[in-house]
Design a protein around this ligand. Sequence first.
Ligand code: SF4
Ligand code: SF4
Length: 164
Amino acid sequence: MKQEITEFAEDTIIGFTRAPPDSDFESAIVIGAPSLEMLEGLTRQIKMYLTTKGHFAEEVSSIEEGIDIKRLATSASLGAIGKSTLVITPEFGPRARFSVILTDAVIDVDEPREFDFCKDCNACIEACPAGAITDSGYDRAACEHTRGNICVLCIAACPVGKGK
Ligand code: SF4
Ligand code: SF4
């Protein structure tokens, strides 16, 4: 089943991890894509596949209580949290959008992968006009103040996955 789901990926990324212990599900399938359109299409496709195999499959979003999509994406070995506090993936840098499907199907989890993207890079910190990214973390209030003007300069500045 894992092999078949992975084959749906094409220009997207798919990782597998355990579902949160307080959920009624066994596995979490984390999907990352560079556009919302691709993400929604692939999420639908995988949900339909699981359903036709007789499994429950539920898409969850980060606004739902108890679901931490960033944590699931990193535990599915899709990437690591960068200095910008975004999930950085080798394929798309911080430019991937994620969805999560929880299912009762028991699927092997992905082996952990080590990532070391940031090292001496400070491009996101230097690009941020609000000083919202510092060594001590991310200041949401400062960021949201500037994001009213649709600022994604930290994402644009990240060299990982650029041009892919
Ligand atoms: S979105 Fe803009 S203001 Fe917010 S952290 Fe990124 S660069 Fe800074
Ligand atoms: S811009 Fe540099 S420091 Fe910031 S998340 Fe990307 S790699 Fe890490």
